[in-house]
Design a protein around this ligand. Sequence first.
Ligand code: DX5
Ligand code: ZN
Length: 219
Amino acid sequence: MKNIQISPSILSADFSQLALEIKRLEEGGADMIHIDVMDGHFVPNLTIGPTVIKALRKHSSLKFDVHLMISPVHKYIDDYADAGADIITIHPEATENLEQSVNKIKKLNKRVGVSLNPESKINLVENLLNQIDLVLIMSVNPGFGGQKFMPEVLEKVKYLKKFRKEKNLNFDIEIDGGINFENCKEAIEAGANILVSGTTIFKSNNGDIEKNINLLKLK
Ligand code: DX5
Ligand code: ZN
């Protein structure tokens, strides 16, 4: 079994002091930093872009797990690679040619992820599972933090875990949206090995990040 890793989403952080918030996550034991990039077009919300990510890069040695919710995504991939992303995750619906965009990310020597919305079917990515590093299963409709977890997406997580074993592949299974201390156990049991969490990490237990990370890891 893969180790469970926590990727806190800075969407729930204090945006007026992101560098400090990232430091707090690092001190609290985060395995990587989840950065939600939204364009107000692919999703109905707008966040940050490559300039801010680049500015944050020098404040942390943790991997930047960059979740691009922007369309068309292809022409912007270079900017996020330059800004210091370590993992670049894209949505199939946001590019004209998913394989081409996946290859572009790989050529830039970044880890590549493909994200599936709750409504998106596995077959959008199945033929690329031997080429990608990560599948990000959305357990809410992307756009906002603090939404309610959709347990039905765990069927996709289970399918991916089985597929990975049968084909002897090694991609990570990440889950994103509404993860809390109750559903993290089911998500892990279903096969997720990277848990994204914004609200639970930053707001539970008076913002005790270390405690919240450990609780999500079932420690
Ligand atoms: C939603 C984002 C998530 C979100 C998670 O579009 O992709 O990463 O910030 O936040 P919570 O944990 O609050 O659902
Ligand atoms: Zn995300």
